[in-house]
Design a protein around this ligand. Sequence first.
Ligand SMILES: *[C@@H]1O[C@H](CO)[C@@H](O)[C@H](O)[C@H]1NC(C)=O
Ligand SMILES: *[C@@H]1O[C@H](CO)[C@@H](O)[C@H](O)[C@H]1NC(C)=O
Ligand SMILES: *[C@@H]1O[C@H](CO)[C@@H](O)[C@H](O)[C@H]1NC(C)=O
Length: 190
Amino acid sequence: MERWGILVMILLVAVAMQMVDCVDEGAKEVEEWFDKLPYAKQKVTNLHFFFHDRFAGRHNITAVRVAHGSGTDKSPTSFGLVFIMDDPLTEGLIPTSKQLGRAQGLYAFSGRHELSLLMSFNLVFTTGEFNGSTLTVLGRNPAVPHREMPIVGGSGVFRLARGVASAKLREFNMTTGNAIIEYNVVVLHY
Ligand SMILES: *[C@@H]1O[C@H](CO)[C@@H](O)[C@H](O)[C@H]1NC(C)=O
Ligand SMILES: *[C@@H]1O[C@H](CO)[C@@H](O)[C@H](O)[C@H]1NC(C)=O
Ligand SMILES: *[C@@H]1O[C@H](CO)[C@@H](O)[C@H](O)[C@H]1NC(C)=O
């Protein structure tokens, strides 16, 4: 009896989670969307926002260190260090400006001889026409002024998306550990 109770609870939680997702389309709607795809026109959407990564300091940490290698602490490039983030995306440079979504995923220090990150995360939009839709970024983020990372897919409005996310470090505060990165995203979708 207890086991059934737990299973029912899991199912109810799954249903509740589906209902909060704003792009409320099931497998059938997705199939229909694909059937109409030959007649769909491709669009280009430009997005601009600021990404706030706070991994140090005492308040409102948005990125946590979850793993490292045996030699990470001795590595000048922190090789092997892994962070998980849930960073706010805002309209303006100021952290308190309007929040457009979150960047959820991980970054790993993957360069043995140079400072370079592997980025693997989802841009989760929570306002306006993109509310409930996501874009998936997977790419290399080296320590250079301009970084370019591929958009490899998306969901909701951004189904079958492809594009490029250009990132530029705007501010970094050693005291608070707050890094502000400006993102310009160009994405092709239907
Ligand atoms: C985004 O979608 C969620 C889920 O449908 C909804 O609760 C929320 O109010 C929406 N937010 C905005 C700003 O439209
Ligand atoms: C932390 O977040 C709270 C609530 O969003 C905010 O009021 C506060 O100013 C933030 N603290 C810092 C140091 O940013
Ligand atoms: C870093 O943040 C602290 C606390 O908010 C602030 O006092 C300091 O001026 C900032 N430093 C820079 C270089 O922006």
